[in-house]
Design a protein around this ligand. Sequence first.
Ligand SMILES: Cc1ncc(COP(=O)(O)O)c(C=O)c1O
Length: 456
Amino acid sequence: MTSPAPHSTVDRDRLARLMSVEVDRFARAHPRSATLHEQAKESLLDGVPMNWMSEWASPFPLFVESAHGASFRCVDGHDYVDFCLGDTGAMAGHGPAPTIAVVERQMRRGITHMLPTEDAIAAGEELTRRFGLPLWQFTMTATDANRFSIRLARRITRRSKILVHDECYHGSVDETFATLDADGRVVATDLNIGPPVDPALTTRVAPFNDIGALERALEDEEVAAVLVEPALTNVGIVLPEPGYHEALRDLTRRTGTILIIDETHTICAGPGGMTARDGLQPDMLVIGKTIGGGIPAGTYGMTHAIAERVRAAMPPRADVGGVGGTLAGYALSTAAIRATLGEVLTDEAFDRMIPLAERWEAGVNEVIARHRVPWHVTRLGARAEYHFMPTPARDGAEQAAHGDHPLERYLHLAAMNRGVLMTPFHNMALMSPATKASDVDRHTAAFDEAVAALVA
Ligand SMILES: Cc1ncc(COP(=O)(O)O)c(C=O)c1O
């Protein structure tokens, strides 16, 4: 059963009034960003270098002057605590010193030559230590790592379909832009831009935590791979119920389906993501974004058994086979991964980051309780998020049904106006090794002020 719609708990007129006050405040405080945005419109579509950057709650994006650790300064001279951290691209903190040192050195020694350097070996060994899989390949992005994993899974199983969770996000991977309609049929997601084919042809979709749906989708043995985040993180956080991952592993093994776990966001659970924390046993594992400390980097790992099948199935010339890329695994990227995993996002760093997320969770929960709003916080390791419903969702559709875009935008803009940046797409806060308790408390105070105005 779903909870009452959030609309019943927030006065919409008050919300609109408060939002316009915040918009004015933002505009007054950021004349230089406003001017640069106007100038940018002359050469950049909608005045931004990439369309996602139009989606902030502010009337125009902040232009950044510089970023260090867990904070940045905008061109108008205001400082911000950054809980968005480049939507996890900067989870290691902005400009971590060990990554900068190694990257600077590597830039002088050759950025790319389509030949390996020793750093790639160290990066592979560290990935094995963390995630357990023995063999790795590198890419530029997590999207690419997912795309290549899917291609390899299709090639070695000679099956055509991919299964994903409803309301998933795995990057701009065509097969994953599928959802379930009200009758449980697979359809393209509303926002799918120019799909090459109807995703119903390539994809099956199961609600998160629904073992029966997995069973039905896999039983005819036409699915090459199941590609999943071990917890949903892109529709807010939805955690797995006890036994779900065991059932998923059991069903994929029984049906000869390759299990690909995408840890790109769920690395927040610990140094080896949920795979290490919860003893998951994927056939393949994908991770990107965080691991390069901001330098483009992605990777996919595999078991020896999968590797043998890959070798046996590869065409004689693989360079134009749809797996790989000119800069994939390039020297700068593997150097950055080595330094970032080896010296920044270390086991000890997670020991500091996770308690900070607990502090964030406790602070936000206290505000929610004191103001009696029917919301809650879900946390996964170093990542936490508030949701506009009283109890955690069981699957992506339930979570999505409680999304409240105007409310979210107000809370985000109110936070920005008080020096705190949240992720634009949902209510996520991520801790980096550089985040401090006072940063967390600054968000709690901003959130308190915004919610108090809403319920006054
Ligand atoms: C779980 C997951 N996988 C893959 C990606 C794709 O990452 P990128 O955009 O760096 O390719 C994302 C991006 O948000 C993600 O959340």
